[in-house]
Design a protein around this ligand. Sequence first.
Ligand SMILES: Nc1ncnc2c1ncn2[C@@H]1O[C@H](COP(=O)(O)OP(=O)(O)OP(=O)(O)O)[C@@H](O)[C@H]1O
Length: 216
Amino acid sequence: MPMLSIARLTKRYGENLLFDLRDFQLEAARAYVLTGMNGAGKSTLLRVLAGLAPAEAEGVHFAGVPVTLAPYPAALRRDIVYVHQHPVMFSTSVAGNIGYGLHARGMARAEAAQLVEQAMHWAGVQHLRGSRPATLSGGEKQRVALARAKVLHPRLLLLDEPTASLDGEAREQVLALIPSLTEAGSTVVMACHDRDLINLPDVRRLKLRDGHLEEK
Ligand SMILES: Nc1ncnc2c1ncn2[C@@H]1O[C@H](COP(=O)(O)OP(=O)(O)OP(=O)(O)O)[C@@H](O)[C@H]1O
């Protein structure tokens, strides 16, 4: 059973049809790379799936349960997490940022602190725990954002060009975190450009072209 399936998903901006997808499916605990030219609609598709942009959807099932995208149900908000290319950080510490969602969900302090500690370790940012996010590099911010998403155990993690502004070691450090996300049971969809050759084990390649999705 797919983790997410949508019989038809159509997105228009005004008169312009951006995409019209049929039988869109994502499997549980899998990594996908979503490519396409500038303006193909990669970011928009991720934002639609995250409930951040409206679209017309028919036949949406999440974990086998029929759902709608509009209104966007609280259960999807909990299970689907979107990470922006330039993540917005709250002006508290790194640890405070990572724990923010857990506190918002009402988790007890001690339990949250433990999960934040594990997530900082996972993302390799323990040494930055007390730092103010404004002082972090692009790669460090992206890893903090991934840790902030991971602690929430999302079923679907949507990463919008997570490595686009990174190179060298920073890029590799971010990519190295992806397999453990799928091992932990999350499905990961990463938008990126065709030229960003992302090689990950068992990754599926999806390409948005002329408003349709091709599996490569
Ligand atoms: N709010 C909006 N109103 C009107 N048009 C929009 C809006 N947001 C995006 N678009 C248009 O939709 C198209 C797809 O944009 P989107 O950002 O999804 O593409 P993308 O594939 O992520 O591109 P890139 O690789 O450049 O980030 C673009 O032509 C963009 O100008």
